[in-house]
Design a protein around this ligand. Structure first.
Ligand code: SAH
Length: 345
């Protein structure tokens, strides 16, 4: 059975039309789901009985179950169980500007970035748009507050699950859905060039981030296998096209990996690569994992790297750290329950 949270507003309108009902029912149903947060279709009072019965035949209300929460001062990490017994994690972060949720988009990930814990398990399947939407709904229910920002930076490569991810954005952005402003939604990709181009015509003003992590192909090939399929030139051309079409500034994420990509020459190369491109550069202190091949660059070296970029008049920031105490930081999320995982590695 289909999950009702998979439905975009428009597809729900079509559904009601197909039943010879007024499409306005989509409006009513969306407010029951996202405003009144019903758990059963029987709670609906303004739609007549036969239609409610039909909804019950056609849809479930929700497919995922919250099974564990770990709470730190500013961060909560959530473990969800999916209805095929798979698991994903999401993270809630409290900022001064609001609360943001880092959503997972796949069970496992096929991109194989060497430094990332989430990719240690191959992709098992894509998450549906409903499973992504529910991560936010369940977190809102837990904290009894509205989530204001969403980053699609959890487990998975969102552009390897394009349709569900874009439907998810439509659902959470809809005024009758979760009403999360498009400028408060950020999608992060490892650089699937054709999808970046396709995303240029997705008519929602969301933010795009690219996981760059290396300023040249030789190095990027070593740590991010996707670079062999879409080398830097191809990715940069796709991003330039995206910028031309949308006029939206792209964020380049750059993890600082000790003695791998953090030399002064690397900083200069990075400036050369991004020169003239209206963008933001976000330097990310690496979150160490069980993988001993990668260590975090020391603070003073990060600052030196930062200074070189700054002197080149580029917009650069160093990412504030979140959640490493409870392994909830970038690249530390896993798609297996911890106890199972321990046997796995
Ligand atoms: N597949 C997408 C989104 C998921 S990863 C992407 O590649 O962008 C989200 C971000 O966390 C990416 O920039 C990723 O490279 C980064 N990341 C992965 N492992 C990390 C780690 N251990 N420490 C810090 N950032 C990490």
């Amino acid at each position: 059975m289909e999950n009702i949270y998979d439905k975009t507003f428009e597809s729900l309108e079509e559904y009601f039309l197909s039943l010879n009902e007024k499409k306005f029912k989509a409006n009513q149903l969306y407010s029951w789901l996202y405003d009144k947060k019903i758990k059963s279709f029987d709670e609906i009072t303004d739609i007549k009985k036969p239609i409610i019965e039909r909804l019950k035949e056609d849809f479930t209300i929700g497919d995922i179950k919250l099974v564990n929460v770990e709470k730190d001062e500013l961060v909560n990490k959530y473990l969800f169980e999916l209805n095929d017994n798979e698991h994903v994690e999401s993270v809630l972060m409290r900022h001064d500007y609001g609360t943001s949720v880092c959503v997972s988009s796949q069970v496992g990930c096929n991109m194989g970035c060497k430094f990332c814990e989430s990719g240690r398990r191959k992709k098992v399947r894509n998450l549906t748009s409903g499973e992504m939407t529910e991560q936010i709904l369940k977190i809102e229910e837990d904290i009894k507050e509205k989530v204001t920002h969403v980053v699609i930076m959890g487990i998975g490569e969102p552009f390897d699950n394009y349709e569900n991810v874009t439907n998810f954005i439509k659902i959470i952005n809809h005024a009758k859905g979760l009403a999360i402003g498009s400028r408060h939604i950020t999608l992060s990709t490892c650089g699937i060039a054709p999808k970046i181009r396709e995303f240029a015509s997705f008519p929602y003003q969301v933010n795009l981030a690219l996981s760059l992590h290396a300023p040249n192909d030789e190095l990027r090939n070593k740590i991010m296998p996707i670079n062999k399929a879409y080398p830097l030139k191809e990715v940069m051309n796709a991003l330039k096209y995206y910028y031309k079409e949308t006029n939206r500034r792209i964020t380049f994420e750059y993890i600082m990996l000790d003695n791998i990509n953090d030399s002064e020459d690397n900083a200069k190369e990075l400036c050369k690569l991004l020169k003239g491109f209206n963008c933001y550069i976000n330097l990310i202190p690496y979150n160490e994992t069980n993988n001993i091949d990668f260590k975090r660059t020391k603070k003073d070296k990060i600052l030196k790297f930062y200074d070189i970029i700054k002197k080149n008049d580029m917009n650069v920031t160093i990412r504030k750290e979140f959640g490493s105490n409870i392994s909830a930081a970038c690249g530390q999320l896993r798609s297996k329950k911890e106890d199972l995982w321990n046997h796995f590695i």
